[in-house]
Design a protein around this ligand. Structure first.
Ligand code: AMP
Ligand code: ZN
Length: 501
């Protein structure tokens, strides 16, 4: 088996994955702050984490994968300034912070399911506050100091602070608004006291007064509690490389420091991985400016959620990916070609066993898949390989199904879901595909016309065209266009109409 090589942000190098516990892989992924819907940029982070998780399972490791739910403590700035995101949204929406958290967690989990992200553990930060206080007590004496506003971590008390960000203690982004009395600009809150005279919806008693934990603490505590230190891989978006993860690492060093403060030994995880951003042409994707790009918006406009998963897979996770509707449309077309091809092959009445040529091609394909994914999760390469295999006319359909089933363990498109138990039976069975062309054709929310109606007009139009009655044909085409249906004559995919936006 090819060694799995992954890019470790801590060393800025490709490293061979070696599990700390034989046969097991433990992964922690920083999860969402559930004060609002997730935008599709956030979802890129989870598609990446899922691809990593699937790869580890593909490689035979028993996977434990955590994506935490931040339901307390994240301020509007990643440094310690601004308001608590949860409390602010609660005030704005006139609902309790607990209700807000529940609502947006459920929405998040629905989006994960729609993107075929495999189930993970989703611990909530508020369930670990006691553990966070215990952790704070353990590191307070040697590493923290108290101010009126809370308990702060002194970053000069650990070796190599900020190594992950390649930053010095006095710079790094997000340090502009600082807290009165901090010893170093990069020091961060372990505990934030509720200001005198105020009451927060989410607050707890602690040795440092009533208040709430700092945001960075939760990931250290939940990672240690659910996976044990050190675990194998910690992931997050590239922004976390700058503040959140250096701070987690500093806390972990302090917590594990019985053997000294050595960074490599005590950073909590052996490999730190970061996905690059999904960006809009106008710049950074945000929940507050412009069109709020949620997965639901894509669906409302008629794009199947898996077209978005496909879009993510088409870029390497360490490259920036620019979002555009055209790009998403191209990903949907790519997906449609695959579904169309699988549908076509499933109608072939060909032998149900593999020929000698099938076997050798399949073997080679599986080897190439293994190499591509082992090369720091090269999903664009994987897609190219899968595409070539799927359209290889020399292969019997059963071989294509077997090969696709194999690679889809990593791609996670689930096109042949029902078949995984017995792909060899595929060509003989009737209900084959988990996803068919009708599923991929989601009418936009605004559509006023139904699919049977479209089909009936198209049938009339076909008749008119074969009778060379182009006037009628054009009139019917305009009639459809007036209702948002674009007719695509000669569509090479045979998907002869689409609903416009
Ligand atoms: P947040 O809810 O802001 O904590 O973000 C959740 C996850 O999404 C984190 O891992 C972020 O690093 C990541 N993230 C935020 N914005 C983007 C983006 N535009 N593209 C990719 N990942 C992002
Ligand atoms: Zn985190």
């Amino acid at each position: 088996m090819t060694d799995l090589r992954l890019f470790n942000s801590l060393t800025r190098q490709l490293e061979t994955f070696q599990p700390i516990r034989p046969g097991k892989a433990r992964v922690y992924t920083c999860g969402p702050t559930v004060y609002n819907y997730q935008h599709i940029g956030n979802m890129r982070a989870y598609v990446f984490a899922d691809t990593l998780g699937r790869t580890l399972r593909f490689k035979g490791y028993e996977l434990t994968h955590v994506i935490n739910i931040t339901d307390v403590g994240h301020l509007t700035s990643d440094a310690d300034a601004g308001e608590d995101k949860m409390e602010r949204m609660a005030a704005r929406e006139g609902r309790s912070a607990w209700d807000i958290a529940k609502f947006y967690q459920e929405d998040f989990e629905r989006d994960l399911a729609r993107l075929n992200v495999e189930p993970k553990k989703h611990p909530r930060a508020t369930e670990y506050v006691e553990a966070m206080i215990e952790w704070g007590k353990r590191i307070a004496v040697k590493h923290c100091y108290e101010l009126d506003s809370g308990l702060y971590f002194d970053v000069t008390t650990v070796a190599d602070y900020g190594r992950l960000a390649r930053a010095h203690t006095d710079d790094g982004e997000g340090r502009i608004e600082t807290v009165e009395g901090k010893r170093n600009a990069a020091d961060f809150a372990i505990w934030r006291k509720t200001p005198p005279g105020e009451t927060r919806q989410m607050e707890w008693d602690s040795p440092w007064g009533r208040g709430a934990p700092g945001w960075h603490l939760e990931c250290s505590v939940m990672g240690e509690a659910l996976l044990g230190f050190p675990f194998d891989i910690h992931t997050g978006g590239i922004d976390h490389r700058e503040i959140h993860h250096p701070n987690e690492i500093a806390q972990n060093q302090a917590y594990c420091c019985t053997n000294g403060l050595d960074l490599a030994e005590n950073s909590g995880a052996r490999i730190w991985m970061h996905n690059n951003f999904l960006v809009e042409r106008a710049g950074k994707m945000s929940k507050s400016s412009g069109e709020f790009l949620r997965l639901q918006l894509l669906v409302d406009k008629g794009y199947h959620p898996l077209a978005y998963r496909m879009l993510c897979l088409q870029a390497h996770y360490r490259s920036e990916l620019e979002f555009s509707w055209e790009g998403l449309g191209a990903s949907l077309t790519f997906l449609k070609r695959w579904v169309g091809q699988l549908e076509r092959l499933s109608r072939h009445n060909t032998p149900n066993d593999l020929s000698a040529r099938d076997r050798s091609k399949l073997e080679r394909f599986e080897r190439e898949v293994e190499e591509a994914i082992s090369d720091d999760l090269n999903t664009p390469k994987l897609l190219a390989l899968a595409n070539g295999f799927m359209f290889d006319v020399e292969l019997r359909p059963v071989a294509v199904f077997k090969g696709f089933d194999h690679v889809d363990q990593i791609l996670g498109l689930g096109l042949l879901q029902h078949l995984t138990r017995n792909p060899m039976k595929l060509a003989a069975s009737g209900a084959l595909l988990a996803l068919n062309r009708t599923d991929l054709r989601i009418p936009p929310m605004a559509a006023t016309i139904t699919e049977p109606k479209i089909k009936s007009i198209l049938a009339q139009r076909k008749e008119a065209r074969s009778a060379r009655d182009f006037a009628t044909s054009d009139r019917l085409r305009d009639e459809l266009a007036a209702q948002g249906v674009e007719v695509m004559d000669g569509d090479p995919l045979g998907w002869d109409w689409k609903l416009g936006e």
